[in-house]
Each structure stands twice: as structure tokens, then as C-alpha cells.
Design a protein around this ligand. Structure first.
Ligand code: ATP
Length: 237
């Protein structure tokens, strides 16, 4: 079983505590959303889970084992991958080369090819554009490549930071469909960070609301969609 548990994790930037003793868990095959407004600490939380930011306190357990002190590369090798906010592609490299970057921890060539086939099956548009420079793609296509690049590491837990940001509704629907397909077809666990709370809660089995680095509320996606506080604060009701 692949499970992730964050126990009272804290992330500080100098005197600023961006994540304040946040606890949450992700069971195998779950889509878990972290929602909250700009600056609530969502990106900092993902970076801490990935090992890209040091934690001031707390512990991260992956399959029951502490990974708190492992570097990011070891976490990737253990099955955790991140598609970062802003996509962060290499614009002057081709789509194919960007995908290959995501597979650099996968030693076995046939596993790499299988991962590539999975990405192309999920996003046929990425397959069509494989020889193009990543910087020449539309925002939606770049987002697909960013998710694909994370998938190339063959993770068991995929973390997506703001996949809908800046995209048109039609493309958001395509990305949402791909997220559900990945989760349903391969039992992949997903942490979805979104300012678009409506989208995140629709997609997620379980969700946590972050405010000023603290988890202030949690429940199933459906429970939070119906919650008065969430409706007023995050759904514009
Ligand atoms: P966003 O949706 O804007 O990314 P977020 O919920 O992901 O918001 P974080 O990016 O984690 O929030 O930021 C949490 C807090 O930490 C904010 O107050 C932010 O200004 C601060 N912060 C983030 N990165 C840094 C940094 N590198 N140095 C100093 N402060 C930072």
C-alpha cells in the first residue's frame, strides 16, 4: 500500500512561518485536494513533501517510513513526483526532451518507453507535438507536458501544483478528465493543489482547507462543496 502522511509539518522562510503544523494523509488511490487562497502555504507544503524545502518541524511518512530527511532525488526514486506551479518546462528543448528529463531516475529503457507511451495515450496532443519546442506550445499543452514529465518518473503519488492556472475552461475540463483517468485507471494517488476550489473539490475524494499555513477544515470533496464556510469563502456563494 502506498500512503503518505504529513504529521504537523512546518515550513519557515526566515521569521515567516508559511506552513504551521499541518497534518494530512493520502491513502492509496485517493485524490486529495489542498485548497486555499493565494499565500495559504499550498506550494510550500508540496515543496516540503518533495524535499525541495527544509522543514522546521514535523515528519513525513511514506508507506509508514519516515522520508523527512531524504533528498528530493531519493523521494522521486521512491515513487513521489511533482508537477510544479508555472509548469517550469525547458522552453528551448523539445517536448520529447522535456519528457525525457522526467525519466532520468528510471534506469530501465523499456520502463521509460512504457511511461512515454502512457503519457502519449493520456495526452494525444502531446504526442503530436513531440518534436516542437516546449516554449512554442499553448498554456494548456504546456500543462499537459508538465504533468507528463512528472509521470515519466513512474510515480505512485503525483503532486500537481495549480494545474488549472491561467487556462481556458475547455482546457481545464480536459486536464481534469486526464487527472481522473490517471487516478481511476492506474490507481495513482494524487495531491491536487488548487486555488480553483470548486474544481479541486469536484475532483477529490478528500480535501483539506489551508489558511495561513494551517489546516482549518477537512472532509470529503462533497462535504466541503456543501459546507457553508467553504461556500462563502472559496466558492463565491
Ligand atoms: P500561491 O497560490 O500564491 O502559490 P500558496 O498557497 O501556494 O500560494 P505559498 O507559495 O506556499 O502559498 O506561500 C506561503 C507564504 O510563504 C506566503 O506568505 C508567501 O509570501 C511566503 N513565501 C513563499 N515562498 C517564499 C520565499 N521563497 N521566501 C519568502 N517567503 C516566501
Amino acid at each position: 500500500m502506498h500512503t503518505l502522511e504529513a504529521r504537523e509539518i512546518a515550513v519557515c522562510y526566515g521569521p515567516l512561518e508559511a506552513v504551521h503544523d499541518a497534518s494530512f494523509k493520502v491513502d492509496q488511490g485517493e485524490i486529495v485536494a489542498l485548497v486555499g487562497s493565494n499565500g495559504a502555504g499550498k506550494t510550500s507544503t508540496l515543496k516540503a513533501l518533495m524535499g525541495l524545502l527544509p522543514m522546521a518541524r514535523g515528519e513525513i511518512l511514506w508507506n509508514g517510513e519516515p522520508i523527512t530527511r531524504l533528498p528530493a532525488s531519493a523521494r522521486v526514486a521512491n515513487g513521489i513526483a511533482l508537477s510544479p506551479e508555472g509548469r517550469r518546462l525547458f522552453p528551448r528543448m523539445t517536448v520529447l526532451e522535456n519528457l525525457q528529463v522526467g525519466a532520468h531516475t528510471v534506469r530501465n529503457a523499456s520502463l521509460r518507453n512504457r511511461a512515454m507511451d502512457q503519457v502519449y495515450a493520456l495526452f494525444p496532443r502531446v504526442a503530436e507535438r513531440r518534436a516542437q519546442l516546449a516554449g512554442s506550445l499553448s498554456g494548456g499543452e504546456q500543462q499537459m507536458v508538465a504533468i507528463g514529465r512528472a509521470m515519466m518518473a513512474q510515480p505512485r503519488l503525483l503532486m500537481l501544483d495549480e494545474p488549472s492556472l491561467g487556462l481556458a475552461p475547455k482546457i481545464i475540463a480536459e486536464i481534469a478528465h486526464a487527472i481522473q483517468q490517471l487516478n481511476r485507471d492506474s490507481g495513482l494517488s494524487i495531491i491536487l493543489v488548487e486555488q480553483n476550489a470548486n474544481l479541486a473539490l469536484q475532483l477529490s475524494h478528500h480535501a483539506y482547507v489551508l489558511e495561513q499555513g494551517k489546516v482549518v477544515l477537512s472532509g470529503t470533496g462533497q462535504e466541503l462543496l456543501a459546507d457553508d464556510f467553504v461556500r462563502k469563502s472559496y466558492l463565491g456563494a
